[in-house]
Every structure is written in C-alpha cells, then in structure tokens.
Design a protein around this ligand. Structure first.
Ligand code: PEP
Length: 252
C-alpha cells in the first residue's frame, strides 16, 4: 500500500544554525513515526549541515528546487540534482507554485527537472495546482491535467514508480484557507484517474499524491482520512518543530 509522506517546505526561512536547531528539535519528536515518511526541505545553504546532523534518523532531506540538468557546466546560480544527491538529499520539490508564479518555472522546466532529478537518484515531489480564478472559472481540473501531462511527459513506468505528486491549490498556500477534505479528495481522485488512463491502474494505485495548502495540526487528520490523500506538503506549519511533529504524528 501507499506509505504516507509528510514533507515540510521551509521556503526561504532560517539561517543555517536555526535550520539545524529546528531539525534537531524535530528528531526526537518524530522518531517513532513509522507510519509515514518524514521529509524536510531547508534552504540550499542549510542542506548539508541538516543532512549531516540528521544522519541515522528517520527524517529525509529535500531541496526546494534543482537545475534542469546534471551535467556540470556554465549554469550560474544553478544546483544540479546530482550535487544534491552528492550531499545526501533524497528528495527535491519541483514546480512549486511560488517558482511558477515568481521565477519563471514552466511545465517544460518542471519536466526537465523531474527527469534530471530521477537520473540523479532523487525522488521528485512534483507540484501542481490551480489559481483561485481558474477554480472559479471551473477550470481547476483542466489546469491540473495540463500541468501533469506536461510535467511527467516521457517518464517511464519505472520513473512513475519513483515520483510523488503534490496537489497544492494556489489559493490555499499560505492563506490559511485549506481546501476542504472533500475538495482535496475530489482533485486527488481525479489525478489518480488521469494516471490510470495514461499509465495504467497499477501505477495509479501506487503513486503518492500529497495535499498542500495551509495544512495545520488541526486539519491534517481530516485530510488524511480521504482515500486518495497520501500525505501533505506543509509550508508555514512546518517551520516549528512542535507543530510539524503534530502533523507528522496525526491521529496518534
Ligand atoms: C507550501 O509551501 O507548499 C505550502 C503548502 O505552504 P502553506 O502550508 O504555508 O500553505
């Protein structure tokens, strides 16, 4: 069955010492969390320190972005997925809506980054999600379908077994406005249905689909009770060890 994933996206917060302190504070609080995979995504500058200090723990470390290729070269400001793997990262968030909105991320770059991450041996967490206006115009499913189709284009069946999808409605990110469990389920079920159509029931049944958008300790349980919600990508509420640990330990 699908093992849930609870991932914390620390965005552009925390100097490296604070990131290490938060990671160390989190360690004992989630040490018994065998029911899910725990992932945190600090900023680039803190990744190596956090990886080193979490060695031997059950917390995995993700980057928040990566380059579209692994080959070293003249790509000023970029970090290759292979470099992230080299320092001990296991996951990378790709196509977060903040990158799509403010840093020119496109479905095409999402696709290239996803492939590069897979080649490097990282698990991509591929983000999709509609804007409020698109939902209000009845376009939410079409938008997500398009993002998905382009984002995973050309991936093999073996690749599909390794990726994680995060559905993050943009109107719910950092706004305190969570999708209702029913809204989340509706879109997650739709995503799984698309996967079944394009890659078959087996792949669709195995792929983890995380929900993201104002997940908090008090709403995680109802979200996780939905059959197609396989975890959460958590922003604001992942910044404090206590609140993230409560989310990780939902229902316990
Ligand atoms: C995110 O950054 O992916 C996110 C979902 O943020 P928040 O939980 O703060 O809405």
């Amino acid at each position: 069955m699908r093992k849930p994933v609870i991932a914390g996206n620390w965005k552009m917060y925390k100097l490296h010492a604070e990131a290490v302190n938060t990671a160390l504070a989190l360690k004992p609080l989630v040490a018994n969390a065998n029911h899910c995979e725990v992932v945190i995504a600090p900023v680039f500058t803190a990744l190596k320190m956090v990886v080193d200090r979490l060695e031997g723990s059950n917390i995995k470390v993700a980057a928040q972005n990566c380059a579209t290729e692994n080959e070293f070269g003249a790509h000023t400001g970029e970090v290759a997925p292979s470099m992230l793997k080299d320092i001990g990262c296991s996951h990378v968030i790709i196509g977060h809506s903040e990158r799509r909105q403010f840093y020119g991320e496109t479905d095409e770059t999402v696709n290239r980054k996803t492939k590069a991450a897979l080649i490097a041996g990282l698990t991509p967490i591929v983000c999709v999600g509609e804007m409020l206006a698109e939902r209000e115009a009845g376009q939410a499913e079409n938008i997500v379908k398009g993002q998905l189709a382009s984002g995973i284009e050309g991936l093999t069946v073996a690749d599909m077994r390794r990726i994680i999808i995060a559905y993050e409605p943009v109107w719910a990110i950092g706004t305190g406005k969570t999708a209702t469990p029913e809204q989340a389920q509706e879109m997650h079920g739709y995503i799984r249905q698309i996967m079944a159509e394009t890659h078959g029931e087996l792949i669709a049944g195995g792929i983890r689909i995380l929900y993201g958008g104002s997940v908090k300790p008090d709403n995680i349980e109802s979200l996780m009770s939905q059959p197609d919600v396989d975890g959460a990508l958590v922003g604001g509420a992942s910044l404090e060890a206590d609140s993230f640990a409560k989310i990780v330990n939902y229902g316990r």
